[in-house]
Design a protein around this ligand. Structure first.
Ligand SMILES: Nc1ncnc2c1ncn2[C@@H]1O[C@H](COP(=O)(O)OP(=O)(O)O)[C@@H](O)[C@H]1O
Ligand SMILES: [Mg+2]
Length: 174
């Protein structure tokens, strides 16, 4: 699922046309202003609550446990609300995970809690590994790996594989 959620800082640039379309005002000084439209599977706006967005992505977790590959990706320019949508309102500080639901928390803590709830209702055994990767300016950073000086965050390369196209090998997981 690819979704786009224009947040507070981008309201002058991005406008919602409908649930699948946004319009971006490209207004650079010295250039003629152009409006571009982009289509997505689903566009959410500032009026969509965190809860309502999670309700729509929640069925994907059942698909995951049924053996399907699932990807939930937030896409948008800086300031468009990706981190807020995925993590919640306190996403700039240390991330803490609470067993209790927090106000406006994002998709990741909600999905984690829901995944464990679904597993606890099933009789088969599951194991969960977590890797965290940042993709920024065409660079891939493994956020769980430590560099030589002990700091978190190690740059990795994408490799081309015989099957399935590409992969990021040697990802750390917990
Ligand atoms: N749905 C929202 N409701 C309230 N504030 C939001 C919402 N989405 C984003 N914001 C605020 O807008 C700012 C930019 O959002 P952020 O998630 O950091 O953008 P991005 O990760 O796409 O760069 C932050 O201060 C964030 O708290
Ligand atoms: Mg962000």
């Amino acid at each position: 699922m690819v979704f786009c959620r224009p947040g507070t800082e981008s309201e002058n640039v991005i406008h919602l046309i409908d649930n699948e379309t946004i319009q971006v005002k490209c207004n650079r000084s010295g250039h003629t202003a152009v409006n571009k439209t982009f289509e997505f599977e689903r566009v959410y706006g500032p009026s969509n609550s965190q809860e309502s967005i999670f309700e729509e992505v929640c069925p994907l977790l059942t698909s995951l446990l049924d053996g399907h590959n699932v990807c939930i990706m937030a896409y948008g320019q800086s300031g468009s609300g990706k981190t807020y949508t995925m993590l919640g309102p306190h996403s700039e500080g240390n991330i803490t995970f609470s067993l209790e639901s927090q106000i406006d928390e994002g998709i990741i803590p909600k999905a984690t809690r829901e995944l464990y709830r679904l597993i606890s209702n099933r009789s088969d055994t599951h194991s969960i590994d977590v890797s965290i990767v940042e993709v920024y300016n065409n660079e891939i950073i493994d956020l769980l790996a430590k560099c030589n000086r002990g700091k978190l965050g190690v740059k990795l390369e994408i490799v081309t594989t015989l099957v399935d196209g590409s992969d990021v090998p040697l990802l750390a997981y917990t």
